[in-house]
Design a protein around this ligand. Structure first.
Ligand code: EPZ
Length: 424
C-alpha cells in the first residue's frame, strides 16, 4: 500500500489550481440517473470516490465515459436496469445513498444497503428516508437493506421539514421531488454550495426548483428532464486545505480557480489569526502577518465554519502561539486526528467535545496514520510544518478526495513523496 514520506519545515510558495468539487460532483453523477438523454459534466475530479459512484451508476444502467485528462464525464441512462446499491459500495462510500432519490423518482423503487457507522460517527440516513416517506414512498428494512417503493410508481409532492440540517438528505429528497406530481416544499434545508450546484444542474435539465441556497426550497414537479452540459463548482474544501497548507508553513500561496465566497468563514478566521489575504474573484493569496495568535472556532452548517476543515485547522492551531479552542458541532467522532497530532508533539486536550490546543510547540516528524479523508489532510499539513521526516500511512483516505495532492504540494515546494509498499 502507498504511503507518504514528508520532510517538513519548508515554507510553501507559489500557485495552485483547485480541482472540481468531489462533494458537488457526486450528487450530479447520481442525479444523471434521472435523465435518459446524455449528460455531460465538466470539471469532474479524478478521485477514488468519483470512480466508485461511476461504477455504481453503471451497475444501475447508466453508460458512462470519463476522460480523466479533460475531466469530462458523459453519462446516458436510457433505462434503469437494476434498482439496488449493494453493501460493498455503500460501505466504502456513504454518498452511494445518493442514488436512492433518483431511482425512486424515475422507477418508483430503490434498494440501498444501510450505510452503518463510519470513522466520523454513526451518520444515519433516517432523515433521507423520512423525506422519501413524505413524498409517498413506503420503506422497509430487510436484512440490512432499505427497500423503498412507491405505490403507482409516482411520488407525490408534499411539505417536509428536515429534523436537522443535512446536506445529503436535502440533495436526495430534492432529486426525488423533481419528477413528483405537484409541488414539494422543503423546510430547514442545507444551504451548502453543493446544494446550489445540484439545483442549478437539475434546473438546467428542465426541473423547476426555487430557493436553493436558502432554508426553504420549493420544487414544482415536471414530467421529465432533458440532456444537458454542466460544470462542477471548484472544491471549497480543497481550497481551504491549500490556504491552510500555506498558512501552517508561513508561506505565500496563491490559490487559483476557486470561489472565495464559499470559504468566507475560513477567510474570516485566518484574518482573525493574523494572516493577510488578497481575495480576487477567483483566487486567494495567503501570507502571514507579523503577529499570529490562537483562535476559537465552532463548526457549523454553511455559511458557518465547515466541519471538513476542522481537522486541518486544528493542525494550524498547534503552531499558533497561545491557546486555541475547537468545537466540532456536526459529527460526534471527528477528532481521530488528535491522537496522531499528539504523537507529533502537539498539546491538545479534549473535554466534552471541546478541543483545547496549547499552540506554539514545534511539531516533530513521526510515523502517523490517516483515519479518514480530512483527518488525513490534517496530518499532511502537520507533517509539512514539522521538524524532520514523517511517514504517513493509509493515504488511500486522501486519495478519495484530493486530486494529485502530492503533485500540487510538490509544485509549491513541499517535500512530499509517495512510496509504494509496506504494511499500509
Ligand atoms: C456531507 O455529508 C459531506 N459528504 C461531508 O463531507 C460533510 O462533512 C457533511 O456533508 C457536512 O458538511 C458529501 O457531500 C458526500 P449531513 P452528509 O447529512 O451529507 C446527521 C468529506 O470529508 N444526520 O449534512 O452525510 C449526521 O450524522 C465528507 O468530504 C442524521 O442524523 O452530512 C451529521 O451529524 C465527510 N440523519 C449531521 O446530520 C440523517 O439522515 C449532518 O450530516 C442524515 C444526517
Amino acid at each position: 500500500m502507498d504511503y507518504y514520506i514528508v520532510h517538513g519545515g519548508k515554507k510553501l510558495s507559489g500557485e495552485v489550481q483547485i480541482s472540481g468539487s468531489k462533494n458537488a460532483a457526486l450528487p450530479l453523477i447520481a442525479a444523471s440517473l434521472l435523465i435518459s438523454g446524455e449528460v455531460i459534466l465538466e470539471n469532474v475530479p479524478d478521485l477514488m470516490d468519483i470512480r466508485t459512484i461511476k461504477d455504481l451508476v453503471e451497475s444501475l444502467g447508466a453508460m458512462v465515459e470519463y476522460d480523466n485528462k479533460k475531466k469530462i464525464m458523459s453519462i446516458a441512462t436510457p433505462k434503469i436496469t437494476n434498482i439496488e446499491a449493494p453493501y460493498d459500495l455503500v460501505k466504502t462510500m456513504r454518498a452511494s445513498t445518493y442514488v436512492m432519490g433518483p431511482l425512486l423518482a424515475r422507477v418508483g423503487e430503490a434498494r440501498v444497503s444501510m450505510p452503518g457507522g463510519c470513522a466520523i460517527g454513526q451518520r444515519p440516513i433516517d432523515i433521507h428516508l423520512s423525506g422519501f416517506e413524505s413524498l409517498g414512498a413506503q420503506m422497509s428494512l430487510e436484512h440490512g437493506v432499505v427497500h423503498a417503493q412507491v405505490q403507482g410508481k409516482k411520488l407525490q409532492g408534499s411539505t417536509f421539514r428536515f429534523r436537522i440540517v443535512s446536506v445529503g438528505a436535502t440533495a436526495n429528497v430534492m432529486m426525488a421531488a423533481v419528477l413528483a406530481k405537484g409541488t414539494t416544499r422543503l423546510e430547514n434545508c442545507a444551504m451548502e454550495p453543493e446544494i446550489v450546484n445540484l439545483a442549478g444542474f437539475l434546473n438546467a435539465a428542465g426541473a423547476k426548483i426555487q430557493g436553493a441556497g436558502t432554508k426553504d426550497i420549493v420544487i414544482e414537479g415536471v414530467k421529465q428532464l432533458h440532456s444537458l452540459r454542466y460544470k462542477v463548482i471548484p472544491d471549497r474544501i480543497e481550497t481551504g486545505t491549500f490556504l491552510l497548507a500555506g498558512a501552517i508553513t508561513r508561506g505565500k500561496v496563491l490559490v487559483n480557480g476557486c470561489d472565495p465566497v464559499t470559504v468566507d468563514a475560513l477567510l474570516m478566521e485566518l484574518h482573525r489569526i493574523g494572516y493577510h489575504l488578497d481575495v480576487k474573484k477567483n483566487s486567494i493569496e495567503v501570507t502571514p502577518g507579523k503577529q499570529l495568535h490562537g483562535v476559537d472556532i465552532k463548526t457549523k452548517v454553511f455559511p458557518g465554519f465547515p466541519t471538513d476543515l476542522q481537522s486541518p485547522m486544528m493542525s494550524l492551531m498547534c503552531t499558533l502561539p497561545g491557546l486555541s479552542v475547537m468545537i466540532e458541532d456536526i459529527f460526534e467522532n471527528r477528532y481521530t486526528h488528535i491522537g496522531e497530532l499528539l504523537r507529533m508533539g502537539a498539546d491538545i486536550i479534549v473535554e466534552n467535545g471541546v478541543a483545547i490546543v496549547r499552540g506554539g510547540q514545534q511539531l516533530t516528524g513521526a510515523q502517523i496514520m490517516m483515519t479518514d479523508l480530512r483527518a488525513g489532510a490534517a496530518l499532511v499539513l502537520a507533517a509539512l510544518a514539522a521538524d524532520g521526516e514523517s511517514e504517513i500511512r493509509r493515504i488511500y483516505h486522501t486519495d478519495r478526495g484530493y486530486e494529485e495532492l502530492e503533485a500540487k504540494l510538490q509544485a509549491l515546494g513541499g517535500k512530499v513523496e509517495r512510496r509504494t509498499g509496506g504494511k499500509g
